[in-house]
Design a protein around this ligand. Sequence first.
Ligand code: PGA
Length: 247
Amino acid sequence: MKVVIVRNKEEMGKRAAAAIAEQMRAKEHFVLGLATGSTPLPLYQELIRLNKARKLDFSTTITFNLDEYVGLPPTHSQSYRRFMNANLFDHININKAATHVPDGMAKDPEAFCEAYECMMDDVGGIDYQVLGIGSNGHIAFNEPGSSLASRTRVVQLTKNTIKDNSRFFKRIQDVPTRAISMGIGTVLDAERIVMLAYGANKADAVAKALEGPITASVPASALQLHDKVTWIIVKDAATKLQLEWGR
Ligand code: PGA
């Protein structure tokens, strides 16, 4: 794994965008795996800047998002489809029909999960997957204890995640209790992965994932099994690392 430690989240976003742009320019119909949350926002701002400056073209890019809440329509203020439109897709020259976010309103969510895996396969799999890490080491909605071989499926959110996410909803009862999430095995199938992290609250999870054993209790530790992962970590999230990692 490659580990890059940067000074601030703007630099994190620029480094990640540069790595993705280099691969995107080399391949038409590039398949980008995307994440929500506050972590990837500096990256999305830089991708928008590059697109507006005509330095990066999204007209043939295909995207797949990691996850979506079950029961939220795409128009809901907290749906991940709405988040992606507002924070990236509405500002770049992408064909919206080529952007995929799991359908939280699918009549048969289990069947949808299988179909989502097939859709990724049909376009040759994900070329570059963007990830953030939860303070408990989760990736997407793969909470501690998720199988390292898991595929896209319906997951039950933990009490902790529901509580964390309740800040975005009027009442805790309004927070969805289930989500559709790519599995850890699905994520590991990507050709390349970039994991982003900033903030002191991520320092423990970052250290465990990078330097601890590969274990389902730290889902992000599974990235140690992949040979083309780059971690771009802001120094406030790198304080618990023991190894030098090229510093
Ligand atoms: P955050 O969430 O980017 O909002 O910190 C990351 C995650 O929980 O995966």
